[in-house]
Write a protein that binds this ligand. Structure first.
Ligand code: PEP
Ligand code: MN
Length: 309
């Protein structure tokens, strides 16, 4: 790695790629994040009802997601908006996880809640609003659970890496970095999706990178395109909001995909994931694609193989 990146990210030396540590692979249940397999996390913004969560879990599992998302403790832009179901939400997540064979990622908002949330979740999410809440980061690190660390909406890549370093310093190596869009002068979308930060993180840092196209876009129509961009930029996985009936969602309905939308997004991602695997010299092989998609990709493939030779 160029010396200048080491200088730029001098506060967080242990998260930077090195010969000794080229890539962290995070174990979750019976699979891994950062090991070459592209991992989809999906589910509603908030856990609302049993019927809503079970339907979402059943569907996202069938469409290829490995991890169920859903907030039981919700950080909302307004403190007067729905704040989540709390413990009842955690219990529903644990049930959905058992019934459908999904791991669970859910947010923890305060240090006091860490032991409780860690009992029910396979991955603890630290939200954008808490990326620099160091007391929370330390408590989450000590839980021993992998941590999905979301980039603050006004935070630089260096700030994100500094928070990741703190988690490592507290004995927890299993950190997933999440690009979820940042605030800029652009107001057409909820946030500005910083795809370059994904490429930069993949270049310089050994921690897996997850993209959140839902919060980045704030609008479901843009989510599939941002997901494709994330794959091309090198993300190790996605976290996406999916709801059985987005129009009725208690939070973030505008950016939530319905089931058909999630199926379409996942199907449209397949050739991009396969192409990236070829470029990285990794699985999955293009041959595993349906013949129609393979035919579509053949010209791109030939060019890619030529470029690699
Ligand atoms: C969420 O994942 O629902 C969420 C609140 O995300 P963020 O912290 O990125 O806003
Ligand atoms: Mn949300």
């Amino acid at each position: 790695m160029r010396a200048s990146w080491q200088e730029r990210f001098a506060d967080s030396p242990d998260v930077l790629k090195s010969v000794r540590q080229p890539q962290t692979v995070v174990p979750v249940l019976d699979f891994h994040i950062g090991g070459g397999e592209f991992i989809a996390m999906a589910g509603p913004c908030s856990v609302e009802t049993e019927a809503q969560l079970m339907a979402a879990a059943d569907h996202v599992r069938q469409a290829g997601a490995r991890i169920l998302r859903g907030g039981a403790f919700k950080p909302r832009s307004s403190p007067y908006a729905f704040q989540g179901l709390g413990l009842a939400g955690l219990k529903l997540l644990a049930r959905a996880s058992r019934e459908f064979g999904l791991a669970v990622v859910t947010e923890v908002m305060s240090e006091e809640d860490v032991p409780l949330v860690a009992e029910y979740a396979d991955i603890l999410q630290i939200g954008a609003r808490n990326m620099e809440n160091y007391a929370l980061l330390e408590a989450a690190a000590h839980s021993g659970r992998p941590i999905l660390l979301k980039r603050g909406m006004g935070s630089t890549v260096a700030d994100l890496l500094r928070s990741a370093q703190l988690i490592l310093d507290h004995g927890n190596p299993n950190v997933l970095l999440c690009e979820r869009g940042i605030r800029t002068f652009e107001t057409a979308l909820r946030n500005t999706f910083d795809a370059a930060s994904i490429a930069l993180l993949k270049l310089t840092c050994h921690l897996p990178v997850i993209a959140d196209p839902s919060h980045a876009a704030g609008n479901r129509e843009l989510v599939p395109a941002l997901a494709r961009i994330a794959v091309a930029a090198g993300a190790d996985g996605l976290i996406v909001e999916v709801h059985p009936n987005p129009a009725q969602a208690w939070s973030d309905g505008d950016q939530s995909l319905d089931f058909a939308g999630f199926d379409q997004m996942m199907a449209a991602l397949e050739p991009w994931i396969a192409l990236r695997g070829l470029m990285d010299g990794r699985r999955p092989a293009l041959e595993s694609l349906p013949p129609a998609q393979l035919a579509e990709l053949q010209p791109v493939r030939l060019q890619t193989v030529e470029a690699l030779q």
